[in-house]
Ligand binder design. Structure first.
Ligand SMILES: [Ca+2]
Length: 393
């Protein structure tokens, strides 16, 4: 709290006459206010709690406010700052916080909340929060750390059907009330891979170079009168989620895709907009109609789909301290050059498993200097891809 000392100055104004005698001309009182800087920051928040939010990519935060000085006193002209990270070991600091919330008339112990949005659905985020009072330097110590997963999809108001298949794959189908024009209850039936159509499909697999992770399942939907529905597009999207085997490593999970069989041309077509939850081992899509679906690992034939992240590569803040190159073909060679064109790192990968990493070290396992580097990826067929990475040590 700001402390005020009211000091009264008695201002005496004297005039000096020509003969040197002092004459009191008048007196006035003025007030001066001296600010004694508040050096007591608010206490650390110990009650930060977070939970998956209601909408896609959201996490809800709530906490109990501290006081202006420790846990007492109403905070005026203060501020809360919140930092988020997908890694709990990140450098936590008010200077790294992404969110600033002004705090005025905040009484100690009052419940405060904030909704983080536009996070990556299904990914776990960690949070810390700080509070300051009216003194810009009076930051509280950091709060407890709290984590939650960003919402993958908003909760359906309809119903969820869960099927455990003979292969140990769990398939979840979330059907919103608005999916069908009719309001009757609906029965969903899965047809497994003993379906005769699938023999033709296997030929197609080899041509497209996709490695099947689950057998195909056909989804058929009937109303209670036994009529097959879903021949036309749904009125609203239906969510289909597959579990995938736990033995897949992270690099194999990245290229997981859901394919739908186009029965007219007998070809598997990749379904866009999938989300992978690496913690629950699930992959899901919003389906616009029922059909035959299968989960496959997409093996790239070239380097066109390469993704390099994070870039800039802040070594201390990157997960596992590595920059990742994903959506790769089977065998690649990675070369890293400095801006002077000198090669600092080279590695040949006989099996990329879909992705590789670089830890920001040269061939002698020494940390490279902060700066811009050029990567060159080359595959077995002579395809090349280069780009810049900003490395920040
Ligand atoms: Ca204070």
């Amino acid at each position: 709290m700001r402390k005020k000392n009211n000091i009264i100055f008695l201002l005496l104004i004297f005039g000096i006459s020509l003969i040197g005698a002092k004459h009191l001309l008048g007196a006035d009182i003025i007030y001066a206010v001296r600010i004694i800087s508040d050096s007591t920051p608010p206490a650390a928040i110990t009650t930060l709690s977070v939970s998956t939010g209601a909408n896609k990519g959201e996490i809800n935060l709530s906490w109990l406010a501290p006081g202006d000085d420790g846990t007492s006193g109403t905070i005026e002209n203060g501020e809360f700052r919140i930092q988020s990270s997908t890694w709990s070991g990140v450098f936590w600091s008010t200077t790294k916080a992404e969110v600033s919330i002004s705090a005025s008339s905040v009484s100690p112990g009052s419940v405060k909340s904030y909704v983080f949005s536009n996070l990556i659905p299904g990914v776990t985020y960690y949070f810390k929060i700080w509070t300051r009072d009216e003194n810009p330097d009076n930051w509280s110590p950091e709060s407890n750390i709290a984590s939650a997963k960003a919402q993958i999809n908003p909760a359906y108001t309809g119903y969820t059907l869960e099927v455990n298949t003979a292969e140990g794959i769990r398939i979840t189908i979330e059907v919103p009330d608005t999916a069908f024009a009719i309001s009757t209850q609906i029965e969903v039936r899965l047809v497994d891979s003993s379906h005769p159509k699938f023999y033709l499909v296997r030929e197609a697999d080899r041509k497209t170079g996709n490695f099947p992770v689950t057998h195909p399942y056909e989804f058929i939907i009937r109303d209670l009168q036994g009529n097959i529905l879903g021949e036309d597009d749904f009125h609203d999207k239906i969510r289909i989620t597959f579990t995938y085997p736990q033995w897949l490593n992270l690099a194999q999970q990245n290229p997981l895709r859901i394919f739908r069989l186009n029965e007219t041309v007998r070809k598997w077509e990749e379904q866009k907009g999938h989300t992978v939850d690496v913690f629950a081992n699930t992959i899901g899509i919003d389906a616009v109609n029922f059909s035959i679906y299968k989960v496959m690992i997409k093996i790239n034939s070239g380097l066109d789909d390469l993704i390099v992240y994070p870039n800039p590569f802040k070594v201390k803040e990157a997960k596992d301290g590595c920059v990742k190159f994903i959506n790769l073909p089977k065998n690649v060679t990675l070369r890293i050059y400095n801006i002077a064109g000198e090669m600092v790192y080279k590695k040949v990968y006989d099996n990329t498993g879909g992705g590789i990493t670089w830890d920001g070290k040269n061939d002698s396992k020494r940390t490279v200097a902060t700066g811009v580097y050029i990567y060159l990826l080359k595959d077995d067929n002579g395809n090349k891809k280069t780009g810049k990475i900003s490395v920040i040590q």
